[in-house]
Design a protein around this ligand. Structure first.
Ligand SMILES: [Zn+2]
Length: 264
């Protein structure tokens, strides 16, 4: 039987695969119904989906980046606020010390103990210097720190609330993801054992063909045929192909996509 006769039209790029399957079937392997292979595929697809979903859920469960970076940013914000407050307290104390010193020197100046004009002028200049220094610290440093704290403190409150919200949200999601993953993991042994049951009823040769096709056909080796259309490639097949699929005792491959056709 030529390939042309088998498919009823020109050779396709899959011809070697088709011929190999055809020859295998013609060599007389025991009949494994397409229904079995189709059921096997349904289980394999379910296992694929569940496996992929478990991987996705595990990644989500492990990925703590959003919360940990928000937590880190808040810790940095708090540390910066503490530093500013400490600096503000230190510089405020420096101002007080300068003022106290200025007051003391002023008291000496007007206390009547100083008689020399030169000494008086020097003392006046020192008092002025101390007061100027205090003013500069107040204007340039303490006020700047106050302005910075006025911005940083409400930001810390906002960030803290946002982090709390994020943590609550993640905790709820973690619960949901963990439960979803547990359900999937719990379902796996049953799916695997069902798969094993069906697979062991298939002939090894046909099973190998099925698995080979699945690898190159995005997991879909068997395509359902509905209303004359192969659901694997969505191409409507010639009428005589439909007849062949319905009457065949061995699997017939779709001439377009090369999948095993299952009439359902
Ligand atoms: Zn097809």
């Amino acid at each position: 039987m030529s390939h042309r006769l088998f498919f009823g039209f020109s050779l396709t790029p899959h011809r070697h695969v088709h011929r190999m399957v055809l020859l295998t079937f013609r060599e007389g392997c025991p009949l494994t119904t397409l229904k079995q292979l189709y059921d096997l595929q349904e289980l394999d697809l379910e296992l694929d989906r569940a496996g992929a979903q478990i991987v996705t859920l595990t990644k989500r469960i492990q990925d703590d980046d959003a919360v940990s970076s928000a937590r880190q940013a808040l810790a940095q914000r708090r540390e910066s606020i503490q530093q500013m407050r400490r600096q503000q307290a230190r510089r405020t104390q420096d101002i007080r010390d300068l003022q106290t010193k200025a007051n003391d020197q002023e008291a000496r100046l007007y206390g009547g103990s100083i008689h020399s004009v030169k000494e008086m002028e020097a003392l006046q200049s020192e008092v002025k210097g101390l007061r100027d220094q205090a003013r500069i610290i107040e204007n340039d440093e303490v006020l700047t720190l106050m302005l910075q704290l006025e911005e940083a403190e409400p930001a810390e409150v906002r960030e803290s609330a946002a982090l709390q919200h994020l943590e609550q949200e993640r905790s709820a999601l973690l619960e949901q993801w963990t439960s979803e993953r547990s359900k999937l993991e719990a379902a796996m042994p049953m799916l695997r054992s069902k798969r094993q049951e069906i697979a062991s009823a298939c002939t090894p040769v046909l099973l190998a063909q099925y698995e080979g096709l699945r690898r190159v056909k995005q997991g879909q080796a068997v395509a359902k045929m509905e209303h004359g259309t192969c659901m694997g490639c969505r191409v409507t097949l010639p009428v005589r192909e439909l007849q062949r699929v319905r009457n065949a005792t061995n699997p017939v491959l779709c001439p377009i996509c090369g999948r095993m056709l299952y009439a359902g």
